[in-house]
Design a protein around this ligand. Structure first.
Ligand code: SME
Length: 155
């Protein structure tokens, strides 16, 4: 879909500007969460998790959307914890089909989790929940992977 590609290109330019701004890390990430949530109708919850290698867990960073009880997630648990181990983008087009899933809200129907790498190591994740089933396509994946590359230096 051409419109979607154009929208993602425009968002990517805005994200680059935010990443290059003088904002501190949390404000940059929070601003980007809001930008994504406000501009993509099926991105209903957008947040970042950071990797704590010593505790083998993820902890919640800036996010936009409803509060979540999943502040800390052990490696291997849920879509987020599995993504740390797989070290690649995890797309769950229908979370009701997932055996290893941590539910935040019954409204959430699908989820995409994109790892953030620095020097070949996973240091965090971008997590997006949607209230739609199967909303994510290759354009979403490519766009969000680029966003995570842009942000890597700020983690
Ligand atoms: N659903 C995630 C938990 C985090 S929330 O989506 C914010 C999971 O299964 O890892």
């Amino acid at each position: 879909m051409k419109d979607k590609k154009q929208k993602f290109n425009s968002l990517q330019r805005k994200i680059k500007k935010i990443a290059n701004s003088s904002y501190d890390k949390d404000l940059k990430l929070k601003t980007i969460c809001k930008l994504l949530k406000d501009n993509v109708p099926y991105y209903d919850w957008v947040g970042f998790y950071f990797v704590d290698e010593s505790k083998k867990e993820l902890f919640l960073g800036p996010f936009e959307g409803e509060q979540t009880e999943h502040i800390k997630i052990k490696f291997g648990n849920g879509i987020c914890g599995q993504t740390v181990e797989k070290k690649e983008t995890f797309v769950a087009q229908d979370v009701s089909k997932e055996k290893n899933y941590l539910s935040c809200s019954i409204k959430v129907k699908s989820e995409i989790v994109v790892p953030v790498f620095k020097n070949g190591k996973i240091i965090g994740e971008l997590d997006i929940d949607s209230h739609k089933i199967s909303p994510f396509d290759e354009e979403d994946r490519k766009f969000l992977e680029k966003v995570c590359k842009i942000l890597s230096k700020d983690f």
